[in-house]
Design a protein. Structure first.
Length: 297
């Protein structure tokens, strides 16, 4: 095992201990973390059924929490407070420029046992797909460095948390392969709260719970800078517990990563949205391949 893998393995082991080590701090009513899954970016996976034809092999009523676009003062603190109160863990896909502006928030995210994943440096309005490959790679690299620096990690060839989500889910085959060549795991989501839309916290809670009940499990996407998400998060976490959902935390580590492939006839929901938003110039140059990735567990 090379040094980088060993470090990731150690990080995973330490994070896996967190739920047990802090169990005494959690009330019996707290949601907590039911189990930890190690994600091996070296397996060249892109996960999340809204965008890719494979996802994590979760048991019924298991949920992975993810947040995009932060950190943002005010809202992100409220989300972190809610997670801490429930001894819950999540992955924050951070925008590098925002991380550089709010390093204390990034350090808090890491200190409280969450992942500081990556969401590009600038979250470009044109999307990474409409940029040149060199420019897109440079933006991603700058984001890696900004988040790691904000978190207090020393400079390295690879990001400390090798998790990446494309802004607007607008990937390209070339950029996905480039990230995979660097052992960075690419994430979409299985369902989302649609919290980019204006709605009350109550409406958001009802919407995301209805989607979770319909799907039964999955990787859920929120946006921590959204006021409605920050306001509804305590109720959402309590509702997960009340309805028998269990929280799974993902960490970097060794494989095999447990995955399941999409059902026959799968299509990318995000690709259809991107096509409407960007028009013909935004179409993906290669179709997704259902059989790609390691075997299902």
């Amino acid at each position: 095992m090379h040094v980088l893998s060993a470090l990731f393995g150690l990080t995973a082991a330490l994070i896996a201990i967190i739920p047990a080590a802090r169990a005494a701090e959690c009330s019996p009513q707290a949601l907590g973390v039911s189990r930890v899954i190690e994600i091996d970016g070296g397996e060249r996976l892109a996960l999340g059924l809204q965008t890719y034809p494979r996802t994590l092999a979760l048991a019924d009523r298991e949920v992975v929490l993810t947040f995009d676009d932060g950190p943002a003062h005010g809202a992100t603190e409220r989300v972190l407070d809610a997670l801490k109160a429930e001894c819950a863990r999540a992955t924050f896909f951070l925008v590098g420029s925002h991380a550089a502006e709010s390093p204390a928030l990034v350090r808090r995210i890491v200190a409280e046992g969450h992942n500081a994943g990556h969401h590009s440096y600038s979250h470009p309005a044109r999307t990474l797909r409409l940029m040149s490959e060199d420019a897109a790679q440079a933006d991603i690299e700058k984001g890696f460095r900004a988040v790691d620096a904000a978190a207090g990690f020393p400079p390295a060839d690879s990001p400390h948390f090798p998790f990446f989500r494309f802004p607007g889910f607008a990937d390209t085959p070339e950029l996905v392969r480039w990230l995979e060549d660097r052992d960075v795991a690419v994430f979409g989501a299985d369902l989302w709260a649609s919290d980019w839309q204006e709605m009350t916290p109550r409406a958001e809670l009802e919407l995301v719970m209805s989607r979770l009940e319909a799907a039964g499990k999955g990787i859920v996407l929120f946006h921590d800078p959204r006021p409605s998400t920050a306001a509804m998060m305590p109720d959402f976490l309590r509702e997960l517990k009340a309805r028998g959902f269990r929280l799974v935390h993902i960490v970097p580590g060794d494989g095999p990563t447990p995955i399941v492939h999409a059902k026959p006839g799968w299509t990318s929901a995000t690709e259809a949205i991107i096509a409407k938003t960007l028009g013909p110039k935004g179409l993906r140059s290669e179709p997704q391949e259902e059989g790609r990735g390691v075997k299902s567990q």
